[in-house]
Design a protein around this ligand. Structure first.
Ligand SMILES: NC(=O)c1ccc[n+]([C@@H]2O[C@H](COP(=O)([O-])OP(=O)(O)OC[C@H]3O[C@@H](n4cnc5c(N)ncnc54)[C@H](O)[C@@H]3O)[C@@H](O)[C@H]2O)c1
Length: 426
């Protein structure tokens, strides 16, 4: 029997939702975009135009959509972090399955509330943990499941956030202040890495968490002498500072464009002059040392698992280039690799005469979407999940995503208490 495409509604029409909705453009047998909800008129109208959506299927908000009679199978919810739960629950109640961006909640209470709501209304929620779908991490998962390194003793992961990514998202931009965005740096950036750690440990549950971290670099005390408050307005160091908005954004106008230039979305072809003018008033033009940021720029997390294995995650922001690394030690061997290079080595203990270890290098092709090729595979799996088909090993159902979120919340609590260990209660 030929399956019909999953009728899907875009809720929150930012760049993430559009990335996922792109599956409808390239595999129309899998997904069809049939509605949109977004309070931003410009975004709502351009999505309606793109997918030929009639006015009666365009809504201002998720809540308004949930009140209308159900007309699709599923929703892509790409709203911002702190409205994920409040926008998703009415949609579950209205009968939609939901592909929900990470983090799926911003605190433990609402995380549990959402898990309960999905159960109560018998709906499926899948969280956009795209890294689980990147070929790099999938291959590592397959090798672990095949027993290649034996039982895991330790997992060390790191994320190095490049200087331009750090300053755009976490010093100047949308995730720079937890009182405004309701997400910590660890939640916004590294819930992926902690999720990967939990996923690779499979059934083994986390037991204890502790964490340290602070904002060391992007503080007023570190501002260069004579610096101004806005790079393109009053700063004499505009051509030399490493964090000059002119150097980061005007000299590289495509860099993080969906964040930096989103206030120019209404213009068809914004010019460099439009961009310079915008930076004179937008958050992305503020001195990186004098912003209203309050999130950490580096943090370390330690996890003790129930079976005695340990995990660590190190996040460091402001590096010359960005990547993620992983080093997993098992009873029979080691896996170590670099996500950005798409390459890892499986090194197995080899006690044969004349041998020490047997190494195999895996070179995973990085796909042409972001997150090392994971974005569209995740949407394909969501379609399979919603249709009740067989799922891949990566499937990020909400219940399976809970432990990683809880570890993040507890790590932040521990960090606020100088590393005091926190017990994980699942
Ligand atoms: N999976 C990943 O790796 C990844 C990467 C980047 C961002 N994200 C996450 O994706 C999410 C979206 O990020 P973005 O930059 O695309 O966001 P965005 O701010 O560009 O888009 C969010 C949209 O939601 C709309 N909105 C607000 N309230 C609404 C409501 N009640 N009903 C319907 N729409 C509403 C806004 O008008 C806006 O257009 C965030 O949670 C972010 O953390 C995930």
């Amino acid at each position: 029997m030929e399956l019909k495409p999953l009728k899907t509604i875009i809720v929150g029409g930012g760049h993430r939702s559009l990335t996922y909705a792109n599956l409808a453009n390239i595999e129309s047998d899998k997904m069809k975009i049939v509605g949109v909800a977004d309070p931003d008129e410009n975004r709502r109208n351009s999505i309606a135009k793109l997918y030929n959506i009639p006015p009666e299927r365009c809504f201002n908000t998720a809540e308004e959509l949930a009140e209308a009679p159900k007309f699709a199978d599923a929703v892509i919810n790409g709203t911002m972090d702190h409205v994920h739960v409040k926008t998703t629950i009415p949609l579950l109640k209205a009968g939609y399955d939901v592909l929900l961006e990470k983090p799926f909640s911003v605190n433990e209470e609402e995380a549990r509330e959402l898990v309960e709501a999905a159960e109560k209304y018998g709906r499926k929620v899948m969280v956009c943990f795209v890294l689980r779908y990147a070929p790099f991490y999938r291959k590592i998962k397959d090798l672990i499941l095949a027993g290649e390194i034996g039982e895991i003793i330790s997992i060390q992961t790191s994320e190095f956030v490049s200087y331009h990514h750090m300053s755009t998202s976490h010093v100047r931009g949308k995730w720079n202040n937890s009182e405004k965005c309701h997400s910590s740096m660890l939640l916004a950036k590294c819930c992926h890495d902690i999720d990967i750690m939990m996923w690779l440990m499979s059934e083994t549950k986390p037991a204890l968490v502790s964490s340290f971290g602070c904002n060391k670099q992007f503080i007023k005390e570190n501002a260069p002498e004579n610096s101004g408050t806005r790079c393109l307005v009053d700063c004499p160091l505009v051509d030399e500072c490493l964090y000059s908005a002119k150097r980061i954004y005007i000299d590289h106008p495509d860099r993080w464009s969906f964040y930096v230039w989103d206030a120019l979305e209404h213009l068809e072809n914004p010019t460099i002059e439009d961009k310079i003018e915008l930076l004179k008033t937008s958050p992305y033009g503020v001195c990186a040392y004098k912003s209203d940021n309050n999130v950490v720029d580096h943090q370390t997390v330690s996890v003790m698992f129930e079976n005695g294995a340990t995990g660590t995650h190190n996040m460091v922001g402001g590096t010359s280039s960005g990547t993620r690394t992983i080093h997993i030690t098992g009873t029979k061997g080691v896996i170590k690799g670099d996500f950005e290079k798409g390459e890892f080595t499986l090194s197995k203990i080899d006690p044969r005469p004349g041998c020490e270890h047997e190494d195999t290098v895996y070179d995973l092709k990085i796909g042409d979407d972001t997150h090392g090729g994971g974005d569209l595979d995740l949407v394909r799996d969501f379609v399979a999940y919603a249709r009740g088909e067989e799922l891949s090993v990566s499937c990020t159902s909400i219940t399976d995503s809970l432990s990683g979120h809880l570890v993040v919340f507890l790590a932040d609590k521990s960090r606020e208490n100088n590393g005091m260990p926190e017990k994980v209660i699942l």
